[in-house]
Design a protein around this ligand. Structure first.
Ligand code: PGA
Length: 255
């Protein structure tokens, strides 16, 4: 196993926070703090903030992502946003299948797969989220569930397209709760994801895929989590809304 084969990616997930003016201000605050980072730095922002975020990040090492994408190219889908609309606005990444979307907005493994294919076909990098609930963990289904979600999300995704896929392991019980998985639990979960990738694409390809951990990663615990062999970066919620904290996580991934 060789971590050097993979890109470290720290991505913020702002969720439903920040107006366009606030987004620009936060990015301007972050820019000098993350300059020269030895990892990719991404901020996934609400749709209405994209324009302001792309402009604010221009000329810096911060790339902008969206938090969801529809699977159809266009048509009668009131309220939805297509992959092509995102790329036309300068978006490079998109979060797909976040547990909040699975929990509150009817997202299924099948729609996660369709969104992933749409994103990849449009040239976006997909940050695909997988993760078990506390109940599933306690019943002993973590490995089965993570492997199933990973394989379902990637149905019909070619090995070539996989180069533009990041998987984020986010245990549902650790998101926004302040309860972080231990570094060992994060490493194990990410390891299950990588095993699933190896079962479909082969070990060599699986070793090149960036697998992030997400769930209450913060300035204090990032160092330990990111030191694990299978943890190639983080998907950061709460701590990505604070410039200083986010930059400390970016620095931890740059070591
Ligand atoms: P959190 O969110 O860091 O606030 O737990 C992570 C996420 O939902 O991606």
């Amino acid at each position: 196993m060789d971590k050097a084969k993979r890109n470290a990616v720290i991505a913020g997930n702002w969720k439903m926070n920040k107006t366009p003016a606030e987004a620009a201000a936060l990015i301007n605050e972050m820019k000098p703090l993350v300059e020269g980072a030895d990892c990719k730095v991404v901020l996934c922002v609400p749709f209405v903030d994209i324009d302001a975020a792309v402009k604010a990040a221009e000329g810096s090492n911060i790339e902008i992502g969206a938090e969801n994408v529809h699977f159809k190219a266009n048509g009668a889908y009131t309220g939805e946003i297509s992959a092509e609309m995102l790329t036309a606005c300068g978006v490079k990444y998109v979060v797909i299948g976040h547990s909040e979307r699975r929990q509150y907005f009817g997202e299924t493994d099948q729609t996660v797969n369709l969104r992933t294919l749409a994103a990849l076909n449009a040239g976006l990098t997909a940050i695909v989220c997988v993760g078990e609930t506390l109940e599933q963990r306690e019943l002993g289904y973590t490995e089965t569930l993570l492997k199933f979600q990973t394989k379902m999300a990637l149905t019909n995704v070619t090995a070539e397209q996989l180069k533009n896929v990041i998987i984020a392991y986010e245990p549902v019980w650790a998101i926004g709760t302040g309860v972080t998985a231990t570094a060992e639990q994060a490493d194990e979960g990410n390891g299950f994801v990588r095993q699933a990738l190896a079962e479909v694409y082969g070990k060599e390809v699986a070793e090149t895929v960036t697998v992030q951990y997400g769930g209450s990663m913060n300035a204090k615990n990032a160092d330990e989590l990111l030191s694990k062999i299978n943890v190639d970066g983080g998907l950061i919620g709460g701590a990505s809304l604070k410039a200083e904290d986010f930059s400390i996580i970016v620095k931890a991934a740059s070591k």
